[in-house]
Design a binder for this molecule. Structure first.
Ligand SMILES: NC(=O)c1ccc[n+]([C@@H]2O[C@H](COP(=O)([O-])OP(=O)(O)OC[C@H]3O[C@@H](n4cnc5c(N)ncnc54)[C@H](OP(=O)(O)O)[C@@H]3O)[C@@H](O)[C@H]2O)c1
Length: 340
């Protein structure tokens, strides 16, 4: 017998969840789709009726995927408990519940067994964290990790549909301008006609801020990497630090990862682990490397450019790319549901 499914939110992630449920033949008897407003959405050849979410009518749902906005007025805070009260298990993509001790935070390649400790709600980690913990997952299991330093180059769709649209609008505007003047890079002086989700220009630029700033100068996105990776690995001793940068790419995040193993490890051992790590496609040849464009639409985390840091023992560099909307969000959520 199939399951009755709800998907709350049909933005960048919600649409991807619906696509992936279909692609993977998820055993669904019925799929109900909710958002703020009622309408029809077309995804490929399929049409879905979107219901406006309200305070009632969440009966007979087995699994509810949440891909709405976060915070007090967001979908999960307002409605997740209502689905749970009616017997559903909620898989939430947002940050609201990720660090609650009673809520499993799951990446199936790393901590699948935590799924079964759920009390009605399972959290999907942040996209940036998921791809890093999968890339290092096999290494963590074999040698442990003493330290991770990661710099991310993140796609605009990571902020949602409106952010990707802003990149498109800004780029179009500047390209149009360049018909008159060569190498015109700036939008700021002449912003007319370009409504943007970004405070600073994203087209032809790189923005070293994702999320708000904490008192220590790190952003909320950078803090998520620390807190979530430790929770998923179940190891609070790992020293983790990161810088998260938004770049003018639509889909797929890239990460430069520096790590130190807890136990002594050599290059050959790390290479063997990466070759066999679950969910990882390792580019063994150092001069070939994965690219964000190549990761789009893929289910794997693609890693390459493994280098031993000759200045310090057991330290390595790695490059990792993954589709932020798939493994970074929708696919990971559907994999959790498949385990359920
Ligand atoms: N984008 C990523 O790469 C990524 C990765 C990991 C996690 N996430 C998380 O996934 C969630 C969804 O992100 P997204 O990128 O898909 O956002 P998005 O493109 O902005 O879409 C948000 C969707 O949620 C719906 N929604 C918003 N508030 C709602 C409410 N109170 N009740 C019901 N529906 C509501 C919206 O409805 P309308 O269409 O009617 O406005 C819209 O369909 C966020 O929590 C985000 O942090 C995103």
């Amino acid at each position: 017998m199939g399951k009755n499914i709800a998907v709350v939110g049909v933005g960048a992630v919600g649409v991807e969840i619906l696509k992936i449920l279909k692609e993977r033949n998820f055993p669904a008897d019925k799929i109900r789709v909710f958002a703020r407003t009622k309408r029809e959405v077309k995804i490929g050849r399929d049409s879905y009726r979107v219901e406006a979410i309200s305070d009632e009518d969440f009966d007979n749902i087995d699994i509810a995927f949440f891909a709405g906005t976060e915070g007090a007025k967001g979908a999960s805070v307002q409605y997740a408990h209502k689905f749970i009260e009616k017997g559903a298990v909620v898989i939430d993509n947002g940050k609201d519940f990720r660090l609650k001790p009673e809520v499993p935070l799951v990446v199936p390649e790393i901590n699948k067994s935590d799924i079964f400790k759920n009390k009605g709600l399972i959290a999907n980690p942040n996209c940036t964290t998921i791809q890093m913990v999968v890339a290092l997952g096999g290494i963590f299991k074999r040698f442990g990790l003493e330290k991770i330093v990661m710099t991310s180059l993140q796609a605009t769709s990571g902020g949602g549909r409106a952010f990707a649209q802003s990149l498109w609008e800004e780029t179009k505007y500047i390209v149009e301008k360049n018909k008159e003047k060569k190498y015109f890079n700036q939008l700021d002086k002449d912003r007319n006609g370009t409504e943007s989700s970004f405070a600073d220009q994203i087209a032809f630029n790189a923005l070293p801020q994702i999320g708000g700033f904490n008192q220590d100068g790190f952003t909320s996105e950078e803090q998520k990497v620390v807190d979530e990776a430790r929770k998923i690995y179940g190891d609070n001793k790992i020293k983790i630090s990161s810088t998260c940068i938004r770049i003018p790419v639509f889909t797929s995040h890239s990460e430069s990862i520096y790590f130190k193993t807890a136990e002594p490890a050599g290059s050959e051992e790390i290479r063997k682990i990466l070759t066999n790590s679950e969910g990882v496609n390792f580019f063994k040849n150092g001069s070939k490397f994965p690219l964000a464009l190549g990761a789009e639409g893929s289910d794997l985390v693609h890693v390459g450019r493994l280098r031993l840091d000759s200045s310090e023992k057991n330290c390595f560099w790695l490059w990792a790319v993954a589709d932020n909307l798939r493994k970074g969000a929708a696919l990971n959520a559907v994999q959790i549901a498949e385990n359920l």
